[in-house]
Design a protein around this ligand. Structure first.
Ligand SMILES: [Zn+2]
Length: 387
């Protein structure tokens, strides 16, 4: 059911990416995480914002890209044309996509052209001044639904993505393409079992990590596989994470929950250890940065909301209980509990200097991480459609 909820959210709002540049760059063979060109996977859910070098980019409810400048602490629409009223598709800030990825100064997204319903992969410069249609992805015929291309990752000059509905029998395929105009698609893998689907793709160092979910299996089966961008070799990294467990990629590490345990895994070596066990009575989503671990109880609220007919009446009430438990990564002691009362689903994310909250169709807020251990750290609104 968690998968379904995620898919619904994706259909509602999404398309995503992360980015890279010149694949001849020698740095691209580095096994280390490169913040400018490797995937920004601290965005795990709706993927409607990214962190650039000097600010955030995010979608407003109308599909225009807004930019929050770290220095001026102001948000403006990503359009520098003084003649523009920012009201139609001609506006530089318009994308028509729903998720966004960033790499090396540029933005990437998937968006359709209507009435044909052809989906293309787009690139936009970080100042909004230049928009380029890179290549065609797929066409949606009437009644067809394609969901997975929304989960893509940009890594070291390529986009890695999967398509679930293709002309050939609904077999999901994992592809990659160079971030160039008219780049050809390379097939990296085709799933063989009809009940398997791709679920997430992340790039760090010389490897692309992706999750294959077999939803027909009794005690399911989220498997993590990898693709080595240098050797082309594919491996199974984790054979079974169970179903609907929370996972989080942070640079060269992965954190995930397994029953009562929270595990930390070094992606490169595959070494992993239990860092907390039996700590929470609620289901939590795990997030991380260099200093802290964050455990968000919205997962518990989602599980309570799962019988969909209860959503309307209960959602408001339950989201008032929303909390994020903050732990020091070194001592593994709880340092604070952040209360995040909202009336609806809000996507909590951890970025370099701020915590970031996007509230569905409403507003965006940030919280300075330097204030995290204060008694009442303050969320600051950086955008509202009413502003
Ligand atoms: Zn404009």
């Amino acid at each position: 059911m968690k998968k379904l909820i995620i898919i619904l959210l994706i259909i509602a709002t999404t398309l995503n990416i992360t980015a890279c540049g010149n694949s001849e760059n020698a740095q691209y063979t580095s096994e280390e995480y490169l913040p400018e060109s490797d995937d920004q996977a601290n965005i795990t859910y709706r993927r409607n914002f990214v962190e650039g070098k000097t600010g955030y980019y995010f979608y407003d409810p109308m599909g225009y890209i807004q930019y929050y400048d770290f220095e001026t602490k102001k948000t403006h629409i990503l359009c520098n044309n003084p003649e523009c009223s920012h009201e139609d598709e001609q506006c530089n800030a318009y994308s028509g996509g729903a998720t966004l990825r960033y790499a090396e100064g540029d933005l990437y997204y998937v968006a359709a052209e209507y009435p044909a319903g052809d989906f293309y992969f787009w690139k936009k410069s970080g100042d909004g001044s230049k928009t380029e249609k890179l290549f065609f992805l797929f066409r949606l015929e009437e009644g067809e639904m394609e969901i997975s291309s929304t989960l893509f990752c940009i890594h070291r000059g390529y986009v890695y993505y999967f398509l679930d509905v293709t002309e050939e029998d609904n077999i999901p395929v994992l592809y990659r393409r160079k971030l160039e105009k008219n780049a050809k698609a390379e097939v990296l893998e085709t799933l063989e079992i009809e009940t398997e689907s791709y679920f997430e793709v992340y790039g760090c160092g010389t490897k692309i990590y992706y999750i294959v979910d077999n939803y027909a299996k009794e005690n399911a089966h989220m498997e993590i596989r990898s693709y080595d961008i240098v050797s082309g070799e594919k491996s199974v990294e984790i054979e079974s994470m169970g179903r609907a467990e929370s996972y989080y990629f942070y640079r060269d590490k992965m954190y995930y929950t397994k029953e009562q345990d929270i595990l930390e895994r070094e992606l490169k070596s595959g070494e992993e250890k239990v860092i907390l066990s039996g700590e929470f009575s609620e289901s939590v989503f795990v997030h991380a940065d260099d200093k802290y671990l964050y455990f968000d109880n919205s997962r518990d609220i989602e599980e309570r909301l799962e019988p969909l007919e209860h959503i309307a009446e209960k959602m408001k009430e339950w989201y008032q209980d929303r909390k994020v438990y903050i732990y020091d990564k070194e001592t593994l002691q709880q340092v604070n509990v952040l209360s995040i009362p909202t009336e609806t689903f809000a996507d909590f994310n951890v970025t370099s200097n701020y915590l970031f909250l996007s509230i569905v169709d409403e507003e965006f807020r940030i919280l300075d991480k330097n204030t995290l251990t204060n008694e009442n750290p303050e969320w600051v609104r950086i955008y509202s459609p009413l502003d």
